[in-house]
Design a binder for this molecule. Structure first.
Ligand code: 5AD
Ligand code: SF4
Length: 472
């Protein structure tokens, strides 16, 4: 992390984030990088001297959204100029910028900055060059030197923060653009991660979510040179005083090692919730996706995780209508869902992405069939989620109260299993983990009341015993 001199915050930047949690992290880091240039973050593009779209390329819909938003920004810029407010800088960051590169400037020639996910530490240079020379600035290189070495210390992020520890992916699932947009797997050195974690905890963070496209493939250099696994890193993070909750996402089943399963059994701060995408329940489809595991292997892994941590709950990603997927193969996905039981999930219609092997596969599935399968799958997944939320009623769990609620006197928090929980609580408990009795379970959230508001946050580690029954 580099030290920087800070100017007064006289300019405004609006960073709009699309896509995954890593983009949320990257957007916060872009704000950190721009702060020394005098940029203060704002919510509304109309108020901003600079608007950055941090984009997602994972599915066609996400990607196309960027171009309609750029059209709106062009009009906004014109309206601002007519009001004499000066020229708005428009930038595109993230995975669409990486994938489209110079093409971006052909489709939207009014864009000033195009920068890939590995280039945002060079934003200050790009902004300076733009001011000096004018003309669009493009940077989609994968630098030999990792960007993390050039980022300033993070600003305050609140009680729950993201921390990127790994980026890129070497798995090459045949449907996925990530290995092309984010590049080869890279793991940050453990010491840099521990420093960043301590800096966040010093500023009030008590929960960290470790991020990576394939986070459990983490193998960063340890302080003594030899590489550390994710499990080793989690154990070291759990030793930081004040850091009471640790999560990690997104994991690949093939990289979920024995030592990580052991960490789930032995590290109380490691939350009992795991996003472990399976994508499909059909072995033939899983092979065509190049996932490297069978449906049975996934179920066995889940059994082992639950044996290690009985209150562990799972979420997953699913793709329906992968090329060649038959009705019977889709039924295999439904039966896997039935036998595993997910408390939450994301499911998508397969979207062919340019340059990926699956886009060129024969027997693409018609949209109407994809839509029918998605609706059926989502019905089953929603039912599982609702049942789980209802079974939580009557449990006492620890809730991290991390934002204001909808109504006065109410705070919103997260359960150990990531459910949003509405709690009537004094404002002074904002940013704390508190024991809460769950009194209502709705499809997408829980409601609860404080049990013992006097418990200090550092003595409240996790869901605690007895919660496994909600999962039974
Ligand atoms: N089409 C549909 N869904 C996709 N995902 C990734 N690529 C595609 C695609 N081409 C989904 C996967 C992945 C999640 C982040 O997005 O389920 O786990
Ligand atoms: Fe994409 Fe995840 Fe597969 Fe990597 S493991 S190619 S990020 S779906």
């Amino acid at each position: 992390m580099t030290k920087t001199l800070t100017k007064p915050l006289t300019k405004t930047v609006c960073i709009k984030t699309y896509g995954c949690q890593m983009n949320v992290y990257d957007s916060a880091r872009m704000a950190d990088v721009l702060a020394p240039l005098g940029y203060r973050p704002v919510e509304e593009p109309a108020e901003a001297d600079m608007v950055l779209l941090n984009t997602c390329h994972i599915r066609e819909k996400a990607s196309e959204k960027v171009f309609s938003e750029l059209g709106r920004l062009r009009q906004l810029r014109q309206a601002r100029e007519e009001r004499g407010l000066g020229r708005m800088v428009i930038g595109v960051a993230g995975c669409v910028a990486q994938a489209e590169g110079a093409e971006m400037l052909t489709r939207a020639p009014w864009v000033d900055l195009v920068l890939g996910p590995q280039a945002y530490h060079r934003l200050p240079e790009m902004v300076a060059r733009l001011a000096r020379e004018g003309g669009a600035q493009l940077d989609t290189d994968f630098p030999a030197e990792p960007k993390f070495d050039h980022l300033p210390a993070p600003g305050p992020r609140g009680p729950s923060a993201f921390l990127s520890i790994q980026e890129g992916c070497d798995r090459f699932c045949t449907f996925c653009v990530v290995p092309y947009t984010r590049g080869a797997e890279y793991s940050r050195p453990a010491a840099a991660i521990l420093d960043e974690a301590r800096a966040l905890v010093d500023q009030g963070t008590i929960e960290l979510t470790l991020l990576g496209q394939n986070v459990n493939a983490y193998h960063g250099a340890g302080p003594a040179g030899a590489s550390w696994s994710l499990a080793r890193l989690i154990r070291a993070l759990a030793d930081i005083p004040g850091l009471t909750r640790i999560r990690y996402t997104t994991s690949h089943p093939r990289d979920l090692t024995d030592d990580l399963i052991a960490a789930h059994a032995e590290v109380p701060a490691l939350m009992p919730f795991l996003h472990l995408p399976v994508q499909s329940g059909s072995d033939r489809v899983l092979r065509a996706m190049n996932r490297g595991h069978t449906a049975d292997a996934y179920v066995t892994l889940v059994d082992r995780l639950r044996a290690a941590r009985p209150d562990l709950a799972l979420s997953s990603d699913f793709i329906v209508g992968f090329p060649g997927e038959t009705d019977a193969e889709f039924e295999d996905t439904l039966s896997l869902v039935g036998s595993v039981g997910f408390i939450q999930a994301y499911s998508f219609k397969y979207s062919p992405r340019p340059g990926t092997p699956a886009a060129a596969m024969p027997r693409q599935v018609p949209e109407a069939v994809k839509a029918q399968r998605l609706a059926r799958l989502q019905e089953v997944l929603n039912t599982q989620q609702i049942l789980f939320n209802r079974r939580c009623v009557g449990l006492e769990i620890d809730v991290l109260l991390d934002r204001a609620g909808r109504r006065p006197g109410q705070l919103l928090g997260r359960s150990p299993w990531m459910q949003p929980v509405h709690v009537a609580a004094p404002a002074a408990t904002l940013g704390r983990a508190r024991r809460v009795l769950i009194v209502d379970g709705q499809p997408n959230s829980l409601a609860g009341r404080l049990v013992s508001p006097e418990i200090p946050p550092d003595q409240v580690a996790n869901a605690g015993p007895g919660t496994a029954r909600a999962l039974a």
